[in-house]
Design a protein around this ligand. Sequence first.
Ligand code: KIV
Ligand code: NA
Length: 266
Amino acid sequence: SRRVTVRDIAAAKENGEKWPMLTAYDAMTASVFDQAGIPVLLVGDTMGACHLGYDSTVPVTLEEILVLASAVVRGTERALVIGDLPFGSYQEGPAQALRSATRLVKEAGVGAVKLEGGERSARQIDLMVSAGIPVMGHLGLTPQSVNAFGGYRVQGRGETAARQLVRDARAVQDAGAFAVVLEAVPEELATEVTGVLGIPTVGIGAGPNCDAQVLVWTDAMGLTPGRVPRFVKDYAGIRGTLDEAARTFAEEVVNGAFPSAEHAYH
Ligand code: KIV
Ligand code: NA
């Protein structure tokens, strides 16, 4: 069966169909989501925290995205796999962005790329789209700018910030993007942007009226330790499941209950 394409994504907006997106960073987890029918998987630079142990997305390199994106593509058959452009792989300008995106398409096999920024990234988006690479935008809380924001907080609050976000959304669309992530923005503003744009909005902490919803998989399945943002819902509680299983395994090894006869060769 063929993969989901950006044409399917465009058709969904025309038909008023909402769709889910999850992040994925490895072949096995991605295969679960693919077989469960999640149509779009993002190999996000959130791998920095989830997979690589960094405390932000800023240190993530293109080489790291390439390795994990290749794994996600290999582990899936149906999903549109999107590769995130990490900090430092597109900020120099359109030529650098195209070079980075081309590596993600050729070496990892992704079907699209994502980058942060509105007006500031429009020339990058335009060149990549001209080259035949589908691009997803990302507005609102753009974590690669955490040092400029001075932390992770809701964006687009107040009239000036709201008008800028609408201008950014239009710039992303006009540059040719096929969709745009809205992260941590007030529901009312996300609703307005969703109504203004012809391309789908993908909300994360942006309320129920976006065309699609994305969650970081480790958040959505309850693997992330400690406090998670308000917009996260835990669907699986797997941190507790894994913790309990690891303790039981340890106990059974120590007390000799594992391996039992059925797990031994004779
Ligand atoms: O890297 C990521 O996981 C993302 C999503 C949160 C949209 O950019
Ligand atoms: Na990201």
